[in-house]
Design a protein around this ligand. Structure first.
Ligand SMILES: [Zn+2]
Length: 456
């Protein structure tokens, strides 16, 4: 079975051949642990979990590394604003992340390196870059000299001119050139810092992934993946510093997932459309969220909205009805990989919409005429997609909760919401609406007259 991927580096679909035919090595940029993960983080984790599952189905051995960035200015800022120790913030957020991803059916990677446990490797890589003339020391900082790497811009397809005038380039008096980026910067107590040949300091973000990827997977890695927004400058800088330090190509296939919008607009922290995992899990079970996140092709943008969730749930209800039928017949549930249409769809640049269409087609056929062979394909295909994690009975029972909610309890909450809105407590009002929504109760506000409700 051969796999085809769109390689961002060559900007075309390529046949995937790992460097070592029996052992695939993949690296995905993981979370910066300062706050609860949002749906954009979840999309990247779910999409590349699907990639990991596919590779494990096709190759005898896969090593998947996904880092945890636990030293970052955003973490320092969160610690200051919330008055909580840095270690407490990173510890709690890491745990949230692991728990949330598990609910989405994301398998734990083989290695989850933490930045703070790889400072020595970063210092070594920076020393090599200085020695080779690719980096310089200025006012306690160490900077990468972009002009020393002739292929800079090859991944994102930007010219030096564009990079210089780009919005993400930070001008600073100690830089030889505005596009040079920080490898190491001074850090004074109480901010986290480590002793280095350049004084007490902390690493820049980009060097983390290069040092950890090199240590745990070695160069060249077969696959390096992440969100499309990481292509520049993060991945571009990883290539520049990693290849300059080692003289080797750092990654052979670069994969990037598209962005996620909510109700048609970009998620932003200050707006109401910022959906964190706790909010999402109030709206739908993890498996529905996983289905929704995989419903668009990974390279396309995906819009998160109520229709998408409703359609995803409907699809899974349909599939679980088929599983229920098999359960009532006492059929064995076998999740061994089937060389069938779902595996084939995934081998074509991880075409999950096609894989879902195949599941629908098989469900239709099974509803007409229940053939065991077709069911085996159907069930194994769903498992390969990280679905069908529970029995049909559990699936449908878990949804019965709206019947448990009494009308007077619903009306009490609606009344609390009306008061909250009147006193501008919009956050609480929203929370109540979401809480009821999660229990299958839909609210309808009217211009004149009180809010009404119905069960989904
Ligand atoms: Zn990274």
């Amino acid at each position: 079975m051969s796999i085809i991927f769109y390689n961002s580096l060559s900007r075309q679909k390529e046949c995937f051949t790992p460097l070592h035919p029996d052992h695939v090595k993949m690296y995905v940029c993981g979370p910066t642990v300062y706050d609860r993960a949002h749906l954009g983080n979840a999309r990247s984790a779910v999409v590349f979990d699907q990639l990991y599952r596919l590779l494990k189905a096709v190759y005898p051995r896969v090593t998947y590394a996904r880092n945890i960035t636990d030293v970052d200015d955003k973490i320092n800022a969160a610690s200051l604003s919330r008055g909580i120790a840095i270690s407490q913030i990173t510890g709690q957020t890491t745990q949230w992340y692991q728990d949330d991803m598990a609910v989405l059916g994301v398998l734990p990677p083989d290695v989850q390196p933490k930045a703070t446990e790889h400072i020595e490797e970063m210092i070594q890589m920076i020393l090599t870059l200085i020695e080779k003339g690719h980096a310089y020391i200025a006012q306690g900082h160490v900077l990468f000299r972009v002009s020393s790497f002739k292929n800079y811009g090859k991944l994102s397809g930007r010219s030096q001119e564009e990079i210089l005038h780009g919005a993400r380039v930070e001008v600073a008096p100690y830089k030889e050139d505005p596009s040079d980026f920080v490898l190491w910067k001074p850090s004074e107590a109480p901010l986290p810092g480590w002793d280095s040949p350049w004084g007490r300091g902390r690493p820049g973000w980009h060097i983390e992934c290069s040092a950890m990827g090199h240590k745990h997977l070695g160069f060249p890695m077969d696959i390096h993946a992440g969100g499309h927004d990481l292509m520049f400058p993060h991945h571009e800088n990883e290539i520049a510093q990693g290849e300059s330090a080692t003289g080797e190509q750092c990654t052979r296939y670069w994969l990037h997932n598209g962005m996620l919008t909510v109700d048609g607009s970009k998620m932003s922290k200050s707006s109401r459309n910022f959906v964190t995992m706790d909010i999402a899990l109030n709206q739908a079970p993890g498996e529905v969220i996983r289905f929704a996140l995989l419903s668009a092709h990974y390279r396309q943008n995906l819009d998160w909205n109520a229709t998408l969730l409703a359609q995803s749930k409907q699809a899974l209800d349909r599939f679980y009805q088929v599983i229920g039928k098999a359960e009532s017949m006492g059929l064995m549930m076998e999740s061994g990989v089937q060389d069938g249409p779902i595996l084939k769809a995934l081998c074509d640049d991880l075409n999950t919409p096609k894989a879902f269409a195949e599941l629908h087609q098989m469900a239709g056929a099974l509803n007409k005429d229940f053939e065991r062979d077709v069911f085996t394909q159907f069930y194994a295909g769903g498992r390969l997609l990280g679905l069908f994690a529970v029995t049909a009975q559990n699936w449908f029972q878990a949804q019965g909760s709206s019947a448990d909610m009494q009308a007077e309890d619903i009306e009490a909450l609606i009344s609390e919401r009306t008061h909250a809105k009147a006193s501008r407590g919009f956050a609480r009002a929203d929370e109540i609406r979401q809480e009821l929504h999660a229990k299958g109760i839909l609210l309808e506000d009217h211009k004149n007259g009180p809010t009404t409700w119905k069960r989904k």
